[in-house]
Ligand binder design. Structure first.
Ligand code: NIG
Length: 401
């Protein structure tokens, strides 16, 4: 194992339990992990050294919601939306057809390219999901591809989203039987999580519950796409079933808010012990691209709900993997402070993937996932929106960008 001293850090945002920001700091990486953090003056020697050159360093982004297995283009649908048409889940079937026509090697190359794009933007812990297969064979093919990348350490978490859309021409109940039965059996060894799009036009509460309960029974963790396009049962279903995360959460009523907050009552954010509640994962790039109201991040935080920010990279509603953009938007448009937005894009995502003991903050013992900005302080992310601020990225102790 080799060690590296990262020195000359103008500002280190730790996102630790005290939310410390250190100035004139240094970090020692040993193997995959952070071995030491402190003042640059007191830094121990290491095998190698990286001079951060007076830049700011943050924990790498944790992107807890992406859909990277797809082929094809939906820019015309996007353009129509910008001209006033509203988003409908049916567009998913356009991607389903294009993806079905791609060969295994084409799909693998596309996914790899997208992972590389995310890493180049500072993302060091990445979830992605199936959901554009929507038949037994295609969902299995996508799950196998993602399972391989996960075993190779290129992806950190894989989610089964057979319940993304009822394929055109099929009966919703029979398709739900397939998703909760033979399809789940075929994919379960390749994934860690199961998700369902619980929304008008996709899966209703009863169908969503059937899929989630079947997934829970085979040991998968649960996540829900809910309350994206209007009020609905997604949030309360997610809290009732103990899902790790409910994603989108654009339409949140007082009952939804109370149900989410109740899941966090036993969580001590200081000691960070106990089982996390249900994270509300906000997807601001998607909200802008679909012209939905931005998720109410401020209201959720004030109610005591842990939130995450994620890119939702997909061809229909959010064709970006830029977490810098999402965090910037949260500050500029969602009334989050910089520190709240950074926490949501790092530790919040880690909570949403139950990975908070390993990633999501810069602390001794955690995986050395670090994002060096080409700026002296992290506020530059919001102060200079859209500028190419990612200078260097370390993932599991290795420089990857
Ligand atoms: O998270 N909401 C459902 N699924 C994706 C969009 C899928 C698509 O339109 O292709 C999302 O936004």
């Amino acid at each position: 194992m080799t060690s590296t001293l990262i020195t000359n850090i103008a500002e280190l945002t730790t996102v630790d339990a005290e939310n410390r920001t250190l100035h004139g700091a240094a970090v020692v990486i040993d193997g995959e992990d952070i071995a030491w953090i402190g003042s640059a003056d007191a830094a121990p020697a290491a095998d190698g050294q990286y001079d951060a050159g007076g830049r700011a360093v943050l924990p790498g982004w944790v992107d807890s919601h992406t859909h990277l297995v797809f082929a094809g283009d939906r820019s015309a649908e996007f353009e129509a939306r910008m001209a006033g048409q509203s988003y409908a889940a049916g567009g998913i079937s356009v991607t389903m057809d294009a993806t079905g026509a791609a060969t295994d090697s084409q799909l693998e190359a596309l996914v790899r390219q997208r992972i590389a794009g995310a890493v180049a933007g500072g993302t060091t812990y990445l979830e992605t999901k199936t959901g554009y297969g929507l038949s037994l064979d295609e969902e299995t093919r996508h799950a196998q591809l993602l399972g391989r990348l996960h075993r190779a350490g290129e992806l950190d978490a894989v989610t089964y989203l057979g319940a993304h859309l009822v394929p055109p021409g099929q009966d919703a109940e029979s398709y739900t039987d397939l998703v909760a039965g033979p399809m789940l059996d075929a994919v379960r060894d390749h994934v860690q999580w199961a998700d369902v799009f619980c929304e008008h036009g996709a899966f209703d509460e009863h169908q969503s519950r059937r899929v989630l309960e079947a997934a829970r029974d085979v040991g998968l963790g649960l996540r829900v796409h809910g309350n994206q396009l209007g009020p609905g049962p997604g949030i309360t279903l997610a809290t009732e079933l103990g899902a790790a995360s409910v994603d989108h959460a654009n339409y949140v009523n007082d009952g939804d808010l109370a149900a989410l907050a109740a899941t966090w009552e036993r969580w001590d954010p200081g000691s960070r012990t106990g089982a996390p509640g249900t994270v509300a994962t906000c997807l601001p790039a998607c909200d802008l691209s679909t012209r939905q109201p931005l998720a109410p991040g401020r209201r959720l935080l004030e109610a005591g709900v842990e939130i995450a920010l994620a890119s939702n990279c997909n061809p229909g509603t959010s064709y970006t993997s830029s977490m810098n953009f999402c965090v910037t938007t949260a500050v500029l448009q969602m009334e989050l402070s910089l520190s709240e937005a950074i926490r949501a894009g790092t530790y919040g995502g880690a909570l949403a993937l139950h990975a908070q003991h390993r990633v999501g903050s810069a602390e001794v013992g955690k995986r050395a996932d670090l994002h060096v900005l080409d700026a002296p302080s992290a506020i530059h992310l919001a102060y200079r929106p859209g500028m190419p601020l990612t200078h260097a990225v370390y993932r599991a102790g290795r420089r990857v960008h």
